[in-house]
Design a protein around this ligand. Structure first.
Ligand code: ITT
Length: 198
C-alpha cells in the first residue's frame, strides 16, 4: 500500500513516513516524481493551499494524494508568518534564515507575549471526489535561543509548554504524538478509509 504526499519538504516527509509506515503504508513524495510541476501556493488560507497542492497532483497522477499546508502563527506578529512560514525570510529562504528572521522580529518582546501555535491543514484529494480536509494546532511559545537537533523548520525555537522543551528537543515519537501534524493525521485516519470507499 502506497500513499502519495504532495510535498518536497523532507522534514514533513519524514514525519509522515513514521506515522504511515506504522500502519503498513509506504510513503512517496514529489521527490519520487521529479517531472511533476511546481504547484504555486497562491491561496490565502492553509486550506486553500493544501487543496491546491493535493488536487493539482491528484488530477495529474489520477490517484489519491495527500497534502499538508502548515505554519507558525505568532500572536505578537499578528499571526505572521502563518501561511508564509516557508518563505518568511524571502525567496530563497531556509530554516536557518527563517529562524533568524523570527528572532529578529521578536527582539525585546518578553516571554509571556511570545505565544504562538503551529497549524496544520491536511487535504486528501482523489479523482472524482470532494477532498477530505482536517486540521489541528499545537500551542506553545517562541524561545530566545534555538535548542535541539531534531525535527525541522521552527522546531528549535518552538517551546512546548507541557514539556518545557523545544520541539527540536523531543523524540520523533513524542513530537508526532503532540504536534499539529500528528493530531491532524490522527483525525484523518478516522475518516479516510470510509471516504475513499465512497
Ligand atoms: P511543501 O509545500 O512542499 O509541503 P513547504 O515547506 O513549502 O513544503 P508549507 O508551505 O506548508 O510547506 O510551509 C510550512 C512551513 O512551516 C515549513 O517550511 C516550516 O518552516 C513550518 N513548519 C510547519 N510544520 C512545522 C513543524 O512541525 N516544525 C517546524 N516548522 C514547521
Amino acid at each position: 500500500k502506497v500513499i502519495v504526499i504532495a510535498t518536497r519538504n523532507q522534514g514533513k516527509a519524514k514525519e509522515f513516513a513514521a506515522i504511515f509506515n506504522e500502519k503498513g503504508y509506504q510513503v512517496k513524495t514529489l521527490l519520487d516524481y521529479p517531472d511533476l510541476p511546481e504547484v504555486e501556493e497562491t491561496g490565502k488560507t492553509f486550506e486553500e493551499n493544501a487543496r491546491l497542492k493535493a488536487e493539482t497532483i491528484s488530477a495529474i497522477l489520477k490517484q489519491p494524494v495527500l497534502a499538508d499546508d502548515s505554519g507558525l502563527i505568532v500572536d505578537a506578529l499578528n499571526g505572521m508568518p502563518g501561511i508564509y512560514s516557508a518563505r518568511f525570510a524571502g525567496q530563497p529562504s531556509n530554516d536557518a534564515s527563517n529562524n533568524a528572521k523570527l528572532l529578529h522580529e521578536l527582539t525585546g518582546i518578553p516571554q509571556e507575549k511570545r505565544t504562538a501555535r503551529f497549524h496544520c491543514t491536511l487535504a486528501f484529494a482523489a479523482p472524482d471526489k470532494d477532498s477530505l480536509v482536517v486540521e489541528d494546532e499545537w500551542e506553545g511559545f517562541v524561545g530566545t535561543i534555538p535548542r535541539g537537533e531534531n525535527g525541522f523548520g521552527y522546531d528549535p525555537l518552538f517551546i512546548v509548554s507541557e514539556e518545557g522543551k523545544t520541539a527540536a528537543e523531543l523524540s520523533d515519537e513524542t513530537k508526532n504524538k503532540l504536534s499539529h501534524r500528528g493530531k491532524a493525521v490522527a483525525k484523518l485516519k478516522q475518516e479516510w478509509e470510509e471516504w475513499l470507499k465512497k
